[in-house]
Design a protein around this ligand. Sequence first.
Ligand SMILES: Nc1ncnc2c1ncn2[C@@H]1O[C@H](COP(=O)(O)OP(=O)(O)OP(=O)(O)O)[C@@H](O)[C@H]1O
Length: 278
Amino acid sequence: MSLRDTFRRDQVFAPLRPGTRPVRPGQLDTGGKHILYMEDITVSFDGFKALNDLTLYIKPGELRCIIGPNGAGKSTLMDVITGKTRPDTGSCFFGQTMDLTRMTETEIATAGIGRKFQKPTVFPEHTALENLELAMAGPKGTWQALLQPVTGQQYDWMAQTLETVGLLAQKDQLAGALSHGQKQWLEIAMVLMQKPRLLLVDEPIAGMTRQEVERTAELLQSLAGEHSVMVVEHDMEFIRSIANTVTVLHQGSVLAEGKMQDVQNDPKVIEVYLGETG
Ligand SMILES: Nc1ncnc2c1ncn2[C@@H]1O[C@H](COP(=O)(O)OP(=O)(O)OP(=O)(O)O)[C@@H](O)[C@H]1O
């Protein structure tokens, strides 16, 4: 058996890691090129299918925008990935062996999936740097994290992350005193402290000034590459400015996927989505 065969993804077996299981032959057969595999996912709420046979793959380092009209299933999609919502049917794998449907939210976060929610949830009474210290403690972190001395290496990582999001000069400012946009970037920095391989971002530009929107576009683009980034956003201008690949959801399924220009011109999309919003 060749080395390649030894590592065939349909034969990978990792029985000792929590939340993992062998990938069955024929399942998720996309050649092992992706970081996230969602196949035939259905989520029902009282019989209503919020996700309906949804299949979606994300490549390492890509920046993917998810759009769709209200109620299309975008939040539910993110909830399935982070373990908040369990699908009725379907497979959801992170990498080749981590079965997200069998992992807790904490296990998923620790495995390398970070989520930035729409509303900033920074700790306003703490400085930007302290917020990162708290975030560094991880999903199980406590306030005691602030009492522990940080190592030089940890400080460097926090400072580097603040620089990435453009907040190094504000490191000693109370988070509560930052602008709305700065709070959003600080929260992205907090998620980055866990070094996620996949970063989920919910409606990042709601309520931002035009300048903040531009800065956010640059930030998300700069994060792609090192991270895979999935962005849910309603603002089509913003999507146009950052998107490589766009996935359009409609009634819980993928309606269209591709380059923004192609998706925009797809009559199905115009009918159900772009037509509605102009
Ligand atoms: N916990 C729940 N219980 C019942 N129905 C739900 C629940 N969560 C979502 N839904 C329904 O599932 C559908 C998809 O909701 P979801 O929030 O995923 O859509 P969305 O695309 O994120 O919408 P929006 O753009 O308005 O945020 C909606 O019809 C919603 O009412």
